[in-house]
Design a protein around this ligand. Structure first.
Ligand code: CP
Length: 304
């Protein structure tokens, strides 16, 4: 089986490798493993994170490895003194066996892999990509729906700034019978690079404005947050609260469909805690948990 030297974008993942990682994630969920004993993971986060950083760090610890971390690298690493991404990657690579990096600039992870002697994992670069999120999203679809082909996926919210949208679209483009419906405020529509990629890969897509019309047709409803931090106040005001799922709109969702969200969510999700706990269609907490096992499988793949 092919072995990746690093993971910066979804396009690197072949169907064969995707299913291999799913299988390994399923095993790691059930069986403790210490395959990375003696290895050290460095997590460099220049942007805030709860899920990605903590699940990567937990994954490494559960596999018997150790972790060094800078959780606010923008302020507390030598970036504040003007050190370049390239220098930081080379230095940290001399201490650790693998680097997980989140950065506010598109292309930051590619700059790191260009010089790093150790595997680099892109944990989100600006508006660019978030490939491990896409992989855990697809793994969740696979576990919840039982297939990753012949599905209709509605992607809803801030499609202009969402790196998870790009990475997931690129990953879905590898499978047959996928239909994507983009639902977004007019000022936050999906980028032409994604549309061109989908066209090249024969993926059907459409753009809709009426979420209520889309909900009964989708197998997966992938909600996203309006990324206030990546837009002007004016754009935020135009788009805030435009698309929300609540107890009323949940009635339009098919019984076997699933609602996913990369999280964190704000007002675009407005369900009761009781519904979140009991309605199997609401799958985003299981999705976040799946991230742990998928990231264990990825770390093993790159470091094992
Ligand atoms: N989904 C995601 O990347 O979450 P965090 O920002 O909390 O890591």
């Amino acid at each position: 089986m092919e072995k990746l030297p690093y993971l910066v974008e979804s396009q690197q993942l072949s169907q064969e490798l995707i299913f291999e990682l799913f299988k390994r994630a399923d095993t790691l969920r059930k069986t403790p493993s210490r395959t990375l004993y003696g290895k050290v993971l460095a997590t460099l986060f220049y942007e805030p994170s709860t899920r990605t950083r903590l699940s990567f760090e937990t994954a490494m610890l559960r596999l018997g490895g150790q972790v060094v971390s800078t959780e606010n690298a923008k302020e507390f690493s030598s970036a504040v003194k003007g050190e370049s991404i390239e220098d930081t990657a080379r230095i940290v690579g001399a201490y650790a066996d693998c680097i997980v990096m989140r950065h506010y600039e598109d292309g930051a992870a590619k700059r790191a892999i260009a010089v790093s002697k150790k595997p680099v994992i892109n944990a989100g670069d600006g508006r660019g990509q978030h490939p491990t999120q896409a992989l855990l999203d697809l793994y969740t679809i696979y576990r919840e729906i039982g297939r990753v082909e012949n599905i209709t996926v509605a992607m809803v919210g801030d499609l202009a700034n969402g790196r998870t949208i790009r990475s997931l679209s690129y990953l879905l483009g590898k499978f047959k019978g996928i239909k994507i419906i983009f639902v977004c405020p007019q000022n936050l529509c999906v980028g032409n690079d994604i549309k061109e990629y989908l066209t090249r890969h024969n993926v059907k897509y459409s753009e809709e404005t009426d979420l209520a019309k889309v909900l009964p047709t989708a197998d997966i409803i992938y909600m996203t947050r309006i990324q206030k931090e990546r837009m002007s106040e004016e754009d935020y005001k135009k788009s805030k609260g435009k698309y929300t799922l609540n107890m009323e709109s949940l009635k339009l969702v098919k019984p076997n469909s699933r609602i996913l969200h990369p999280l964190p969510h704000v007002e675009e999700i407005d369900f009761t805690i009781e519904a979140e706990e009991n309605d199997k269609r609401i799958a985003y907490f299981r999705q976040a948990e799946n991230g742990l096992y998928i990231r264990m499988a990825i770390l093993e793949h790159l470091l094992g």
